[in-house]
Design a protein. Structure first.
Length: 416
């Protein structure tokens, strides 16, 4: 993301948490935890972080975040995102596209060979038919490079889209840049991250009191979904929504109540879900962020590109059992500055200001046997002091290695 005007263009922060090792059995993992931290300011060109680890085990991994903000120029506000892992297939939910809205799909190819990326789209159209994109449906991403596809030109005037991004020759890391304006007033800039897999009970941590919110639902099958607010005492019903197969359902939500830190959904068929959250500033300016569902994870990490004063953590439990969570915090040098155990009760969310953990905390890891959904909301003091709205959301990244199960069954009848 790059803003016009007088801005701090990009702040990049990355965090590696290698697993601890000790030759002394009496040494605890608490004293052996380590983190490696890197930070850079970007003035002109975007940067790509590529992280490779020599071993894959639970609790080991890397996380990164990037933020951009501006108080002058055409695009005032705040946006942020975390790193995106390369994949052959990624899915996105896109909000309303209308006049003054620019939506661009960016794909980064870190491999040594070019790849062709195809884009498929479905809208709010009741037929459930795939859209015919007006600018074509494929683009090529060169090796060790990036390319983009203009979604707002290909599918203009849509109330919402579900996008499938399929790469043919190599995995790519894709994200969507969203820019909205009305005349000279900035109405929001943000990065939309790929969806995780569809779920019967998605949890969207990271909403905040006073947000103007909408929910977006998509599924391959028709069904019903019950939407709830989560606070520290339990779930509160919002509404029940019917949706049709292969059709984006846009749901207007009430203003987020006090104490609420997450949205929870219960559906009778697997769904993809996203929420948009908005706040308003002076001179007609507003800002927007897009909150995706975050799967329950036993080991996760999160890096804030801002100080502890500007960061809040949202830990949500969408299961029937209580979760005991170990939260560890690190400063910008990688030194552990705090560690605490938190009980997150069934169907609740724990919202914690990072400064209450430690004033120097900027990196965080979570460990829980049962798994929780973890994300953060950040704000910029510079944007707030200028009287403008700044809304941004960063999801955590899993520190559990990816795995796949392959079942092999003997069948002599197929051998000739």
């Amino acid at each position: 993301v790059k803003y016009a005007g007088d801005s701090k263009d990009l702040v990049n922060k990355s965090f590696n948490n290698p697993s601890s090792s000790s030759s002394d059995p009496s040494d605890s993992s608490e004293s052996q935890d380590r983190a490696y931290f890197a930070e850079s300011n970007v003035d002109k060109d975007a940067q790509v972080l590529e992280s490779s680890l020599l071993s894959a085990q639970s609790g080991t991994g890397s996380a990164a975040s990037v933020a951009s903000w501006a108080t002058n120029g055409d695009l005032k506000g705040l946006s942020a995102t975390s790193c995106v892992s390369p994949s052959m297939r990624q899915n996105f939910i896109i909000p309303r596209i209308a006049e003054g809205v620019s939506v661009r799909l960016n794909s980064v190819n870190l491999s040594s060979k070019p790849t062709v990326v195809s884009v498929k789209a479905w809208s709010t159209n009741k037929s459930g038919a795939q859209l015919n994109l007006s600018t074509g449906s494929t683009f090529t991403v060169p090796a060790h490079s990036d390319a983009y596809f203009n979604i707002s030109a290909a599918a203009s005037k849509s109330d919402g889209l579900y996008i499938q991004v399929l790469s043919e020759q190599a995995p790519v890391s894709s994200f969507v840049k969203f820019i909205r304006s009305s005349g000279l007033a900035s109405k929001g800039v943000d990065i939309i991250s790929p969806q995780e897999s569809a779920s019967l009970e998605p949890v969207l941590p990271g909403v905040s009191e006073g947000d103007q919110a909408k929910a977006y639902i998509w599924s391959n099958k028709s069904g019903k979904v019950d939407l709830y607010w989560l606070d520290d005492s339990g779930k509160k019903s919002i509404k029940q929504v019917d949706f049709s197969a292969r059709q984006i359902q846009v749901v207007d939500l009430p203003e987020v109540p006090k104490g609420v830190g997450a949205i929870f959904a219960q559906s009778n068929v697997p769904i993809f879900a996203m929420a948009s959250v908005e706040k308003s500033g002076k001179d007609g300016q507003s800002d927007i962020a897009f909150v995706n569902a975050v799967h329950s994870i036993t080991n996760s990490a999160l890096v804030s590109p801002f100080s502890a004063d500007e960061t809040s953590l949202h830990i949500a439990n969408g299961s029937v059992d209580n979760a005991n969570v170990k939260l560890s915090a690190y400063d910008s040098s990688g030194l552990k500055v705090a560690s605490k155990t938190i009980e997150v009760k069934s169907y609740t969310v724990s919202t914690i200001l990072a400064k209450d953990i430690n004033p120097k905390a900027v990196m965080f890891t979570l460990k829980s046997k049962s798994g929780v959904s973890f994300a953060s909301r950040i704000q910029s003091k510079a944007v707030n002091d200028a009287g403008f709205a700044g809304v941004a959301w960063i999801p955590s990244k899993s520190l559990d290695p990816n795995s796949i199960s392959v079942k092999v069954r003997s069948n002599p009848s197929i051998v000739k």
